[in-house]
Write a protein that binds this ligand. Structure first.
Ligand code: AMP
Ligand code: TRP
Length: 336
């Protein structure tokens, strides 16, 4: 690794409600990491506008997501929590990275293909270079470790390619090799309505996801309505293959209770899903309700949330600016 120290960076988009997939795939791990490493967590509003956002809704979602992160346990005294647009270095480095990344690399990005669908000619150019901005987010801090859900793996491979090409092109050993951290039993939480689709903020069905603001009754209802199959729970997780909805609920239970899928299967072996869903609903409520409660409280105090983001951004700028200045020197820009 080019640099000796561990620095953690991750981001989340302020587009709509945080959900259980965000929590289990990412945010929960962010909370654990802050006790061991220097961590930066970013609400990526620049990424959000790659698809048009109503300005008022964007401001609101930025505060909501920041409140969600704080409520979930991100401690602004330990971690640097901020929104991306307050740190101009992200967008500035992204330009340099636009000039490093090859079109061929971007053309392979599956998230772009999914988001653009058949409408490739009509989406924004920002959506296309989205992975370059993501690489800039990470590299502008020379972050070494990036905790994300499985869906971000390909973007992180591109980040590694960018870092390597920059180092090669300029004959330097400047950017580190970035390691993805894909942790836990639920790195890809699936929709509650369709085991072939990931749980996402943009799914039109509310019943597809549990959000971090759902109350106890809503959580229980959504889990009761979740799609399953009539087979009982097997003794080992290996026997869940071909049963994506069942595997998903077992994985969620495991992630929330700190058990492996095998342990969950062993505990419920032979039971039907009606019974299992009751236990899962109780567990979800136990883990999520306190977070929802704290989020509601923080939503009443936007001045506090804004002050956290402002102070976080000042700390982030102080880390990013010297690194960006070095990039300018390496590339050959004249200093002001
Ligand atoms: P996003 O909502 O796309 O900004 O994602 C924020 C973080 O949550 C990223 O690290 C994603 O990989 C993670 N994430 C999003 N959806 C899921 C999901 N369904 N399962 C697991 N992780 C997810
Ligand atoms: N692309 C990520 C997502 O949609 C969000 C993100 C932006 C990110 N920049 C990042 C994640 C940097 C990790 C590191 O989930």
């Amino acid at each position: 690794m080019a640099t000796g120290q561990t620095r953690v960076f991750s981001g989340v988009q302020p587009t709509g409600n945080l959900h259980l997939g965000n929590y289990l795939g990412a945010i929960r791990n962010w909370v654990d990491l802050q006790y061991r490493y220097e961590c930066l967590y970013c609400v990526v509003d620049l990424h959000a506008i790659t698809i048009f956002q109503e300005p008022k809704a964007l401001r609101d979602s930025t505060r909501e997501v920041a409140a969600g992160l704080i409520a979930a346990g991100i401690d602004p005294r330990r971690s640097i929590l901020f929104n991306q647009s307050q740190v101009p270095a992200h967008a500035e480095l992204a330009w340099v990275i636009n000039c490093i990344t090859r079109l061929g690399w971007l053309n392979r990005m599956t998230q772009f293909k999914d988001k653009a669908g058949k409408n490739r000619e009509a989406v924004s150019s920002g959506l296309y270079v989205y992975p370059n901005l993501m690489a800039a987010d990470i590299l502008v801090y020379k972050a070494t470790h990036v905790p994300v859900g499985e869906d971000q793996k390909q973007h992180l491979e591109l980040t590694r390619d960018v870092a390597q090409k920059f180092n090669n092109d300029y004959g330097v050993n400047f950017f580190p090799e970035v390691e993805p951290l894909i942790l836990g039993e639920a790195t890809r939480v699936m929709s509650l309505r369709d085991g072939a689709k990931k749980m996402s903020k943009s799914d039109p069905s509310d019943y597809s996801r549990i959000t971090m603001t759902d109350d106890a009754d809503t959580i229980a209802l959504k889990i009761r309505k979740a799609k399953t199959d009539p087979e009982p729970i097997p003794e080992t997780a290996a026997s869940l293959s071909g049963r994506p909805e069942a595997a998903n609920l077992i994985g969620i239970y495991g992630a929330l209770s700190g058990q492996s899928r095998d342990q969950v299967c062993a505990a419920f072996a032979g039971k039907g899903f009606a019974e299992f869903k009751n236990a899962l609903a109780d567990l979800c409520v136990e883990k999520l309700a306190p977070i929802a409660e704290e989020m509601r409280r923080l939503r009443q105090d936007p001045a506090y949330v804004d002050s956290v983001l402002r102070e976080g951004a000042a700390k982030a700028r102080a880390l990013a600016e010297p690194i960006l200045r070095e990039v300018h020197d390496i590339v050959g820009f004249l200093r002001p």
